[in-house]
Design a protein. Structure first.
Length: 386
């Protein structure tokens, strides 16, 4: 393992741990302070357009200045948000903080993928799977620990721990990662409208459209309702929910560790198949009549879904991105996808109080629809190596 790859792995582990704590605690914290489901939906949806702008511009900027400074800045932003969150239990403050957190997290997501590709593109699928998988496993540890912290209502301590881990990750990365020479380009002097135009190759437009639909569906079930469903529907304690969501993160992370070693061909077919399987599992879990079958079915949705297709999606996006504008192209695809967060939490906020299982059923159905868009990708035999 070379030096830079080691620091990318360590950074993702620490990011996953800090993010796992924050994401688990936040819905309980907001619910504890009497923020309604509709307002929770707004908090989770409000920053999507801001995230789109920041992510695209960060990708463009990284093509010129490199990935290192933006990677570290994203960690510092998420650290600051975690630290400030327990001291701002007011609706509009939480809306601002959550928007900043989402922007920081999405920039981090872009930067580590781009940095991995810069390091050694021929091993990208394998390394992407391993790094993302380890991040998810670290997030599982964060979720589990946060669940037990909430037994004593230790909200401030949980957010402080998240902030510390993310800050330490930024310091470590700045001190240890060595940005490679020759991985940046000069500014083209392009206008802002040009930077944000959807001037992507056709396969990237297809991937972006599918990712937008999928994210809209994902956001219906993976916003605040992901925790509150188990508490409201089945009376599960925060510690119990923490255990469920810990296993959830593990079922996402473990398959990713092996995808690069197993998957070599037929990327499109595998991608489509596992998106459909994920949607089916999510929808069915919302229809289960009791806790145990609902939990068992729900916990398969990443094991036979995102745990397999996320590294493949990332590989395909890198494959079709143009070398001179790789940061911008990759970031645009994910930025378009992030706009799904405008739609999903608002649906969840409107539905949840009337039908606790509704967000899961709606989420899975939309995910299945997103797989149909992927059929417009080039056939596997027409693909070229990235």
């Amino acid at each position: 393992m070379n030096r830079n790859y080691a620091f990318l792995v360590a950074g993702s582990l620490m990011f996953g741990l800090g993010l796992g704590i924050y994401e688990f605690v936040l819905p309980y914290f907001l619910d504890e302070h009497g923020i309604s489901m509709q307002r929770l939906g707004v908090i989770y949806a409000a920053g999507a357009m801001f995230v789109f702008i920041v992510r695209v511009y960060a990708g463009e900027l990284s093509d010129r200045v490199g990935r290192k400074s933006l990677y570290a800045a994203s960690l510092l932003v998420t650290s600051a948000v975690s630290g400030l969150t327990p001291y701002a239990p007011i609706f509009w403050m939480q809306m601002v903080l959550k928007s900043l957190r989402d922007a920081g997290s999405t920039v981090f997501d872009s930067m580590y993928q781009l940095a991995l590709h810069d390091e050694e593109r021929w091993r990208y699928l394998d390394r992407m799977g391993k790094v993302r998988g380890l991040e998810a496993i670290a997030a599982a540890a964060g979720v589990f620990g946060a669940g037990w912290l909430l037994v004593s209502r230790a909200y401030t301590g949980a957010f402080a721990l998240s902030a510390f881990v993310l800050f330490a990750a930024a310091v470590m990365f700045l001190a240890g990662y060595r940005q490679r020479a020759g991985k940046t380009r000069q500014s083209t002097g392009e206008s802002l409208p040009g930077i944000f135009a959807l001037d992507l190759p056709r396969p990237l437009l297809v991937l972006a459209a599918s990712a937008f639909v999928f994210t809209a569906g994902l956001a219906v079930s993976h916003c605040f309702v992901m925790q509150l469903f188990w508490s409201r529907q089945f009376g599960v304690s925060p510690a119990g929910v923490g255990t469920i969501l810990m296993i959830h993160r593990l079922t996402l992370g473990l398959p990713m560790l092996f995808v690069g070693s197993v998957v070599k061909r037929h990327l499109k077919q595998i991608y489509v198949t596992f998106v459909i399987l994920e949607g089916i599992a999510l929808a069915l879990s919302g229809l289960m009549p009791s806790f145990l079958p609902a939990a068992v079915v729900w916990l398969t949705h990443d094991l036979f879904g995102a745990g397999v297709w996320i590294p493949i999606q990332s590989k395909l996006i890198q494959r079709y991105s143009r070398p001179a504008t790789r940061g911008r192209d990759v970031s645009k695809v994910f930025a378009v996808a992030s706009l799904g967060w405008i739609v999903g939490p608002l649906i969840a906020g409107a539905v949840f109080e009337h039908w606790y299982s509704g967000p899961f059923v709606i989420s899975g159905t939309i995910m299945i629809l997103s797989a149909l868009v992927l059929l417009a990708l080039p056939a596997d035999e027409a693909e070229t190596a990235a």
